[in-house]
Design a protein around this ligand. Structure first.
Ligand code: ISC
Length: 395
């Protein structure tokens, strides 16, 4: 998550052991991020930034005379909703987590999961989206469902610490995050945590990278079957179309704010412990020093990997069809600094922990040809990332 030259590293703080940073994270006291570029632990909130306006954030960071000149936090799915960005008091950074943690993260949660909506109702939501497509109003929309897990017992509590460790043990190479959110109940920490496969946007110096994903298939424990499923996904016209809509939108929105945009002609396959995805790495150069990572991430967000095409119709369909407000799910989490460097990751395969409960979400891209039962199953596989970290079976 950080540049590798010593000069570029200095403002982010002391170089530390990534596993120690993981063990040091505690809810309510800071945020933790890790990805292929490095690990970041923040403590405290020196300033709560009043808005997610990228110009104002950059001006604030450039005006700081002491302490870490970076902002961390979360952007909501709805760009009109308030972002949560803080300038931490203290920052430590380390190399990527990389190594697999041997010990299981912690005790499973004893709790009850309630689907929102019921699985049959989610299939009806997908059918509704397909009807809208047939009527010509939409090319693609991403529809999500949620699970609300409540810990058993009067003094039940969901502890995000073992969950984060278990997420890290299962998939240390994903983008892992535990972001401290403003509490809704006094004294009860609220954490958004997850293991996302998708980079919305990173800027390091003049190098800009985005890695849109769309098009998914469940992994199989049988190696031959697993390979076959990946190959089938790569050859699927429906999934290639679903993916191409995202890449075209990312390229179109980046083009006016960067130079030397490179967009591969065809996607490649990536895998998480539970899913294959179609993936395209888009690269560009940013020469404008005022186009920070936050500016560029906001130029793209919400991409059709989480919203749809055309964006206004897809956003309206999501608001009408989904029975909840997504909040920070399908938003972005990450950091941006005074130089304009930063990394913003899609808030996917995540859950929000607060007191005795955790809400998990998963969505699927719907295009003509999508089958409601298949999309329900796909969201079930996506929910497994967090359910496994909780030690729960329900999907
Ligand atoms: C909306 C989610 O995934 C997105 C990212 C990758 C692949 C997706 C898909 O194939 O539908 C989704 O667009 C989610 O994980 O909740």
């Amino acid at each position: 998550m950080t540049s590798t030259s010593p000069a570029a590293r200095a403002p982010l703080g002391v170089v530390a052991d990534p596993v120690r940073l993981l063990r040091s994270w505690a809810p309510g006291r800071g945020s933790w991020f890790s990805g292929p570029q490095g690990t970041l632990l923040t403590r405290g909130a020196r300033t709560l930034l009043p808005s997610g306006d990228a110009d104002a954030v950059l001006a604030h960071l450039r005006g700081l005379r002491a302490g870490p000149a970076l902002a961390v936090g979360a952007l909501p799915f709805d760009p009109a909703a308030p972002a949560h960005l803080v300038v931490p008091e203290h920052v430590e950074r380390a190399d990527p987590l990389g190594a697999v943690l041997a010990a299981p993260g912690g005790a499973p949660v004893a709790g009850t999961a309630r689907p929102i909506p019921e699985p049959a109702a989610y299939e009806a939501m997908v059918a509704d989206a397909l009807a809208r497509m047939e009527a010509g109003a939409l090319d693609k929309v991403v529809l999500a469902r949620a699970l609300e897990v409540v810990a058993d017992g009067a003094d039940g509590r969901v502890d995000p610490v073992p969950m984060l460790r278990e997420l890290a043990r299962r998939d240390p190479r994903s983008y892992l995050f535990a972001v401290d959110l403003p509490p809704e109940r006094p004294g009860v920490p609220r954490t958004l945590l997850g293991a996302s496969p998708e980079l919305l946007l990173a800027r390091r110096g003049t190098t800009v990278t985005a890695n849109p994903l769309a098009g998914s298939a469940a992994r199989s424990p049988d190696p031959d079957e697993d390979r076959r499923r990946g190959e089938t996904l790569l050859a699927s016209a429906k999934d290639r179309h679903e993916h191409a809509l995202v890449v075209a939108d990312v390229a179109r929105r980046l083009a006016p704010v960067v130079d030397d945009l490179e967009v591969p002609d065809a996607p490649s396959l990536i895998r998480t412990p539970t899913l294959w995805h179609l993936s395209t790495t888009v690269r560009a150069r940013a020469t404008d020093p005022s186009a920070s990572a936050l500016h560029l991430a906001q130029a793209l967000h919400p991409t059709p990997a989480v919203c749809g095409v055309p964006r206004p119709a897809a956003h309206a369909a999501i608001t009408e069809i989904e029975p909840f407000d997504r909040g920070f799910y399908t938003g972005a989490v990450g950091w941006t600094d005074a130089r304009g460097d930063g990394e913003w990751v899609m808030a996917l395969r995540c859950g929000e922990v607060q007191g005795d409960r955790v809400r998990l979400w998963a969505g699927a891209g719907i295009v003509p040809g999508s089958v409601p039962a298949d999309e329900l199953a796909e969201t079930g596989v996506k929910l497994r990332t967090l359910l496994d970290a909780l030690g729960l079976d329900e999907a």
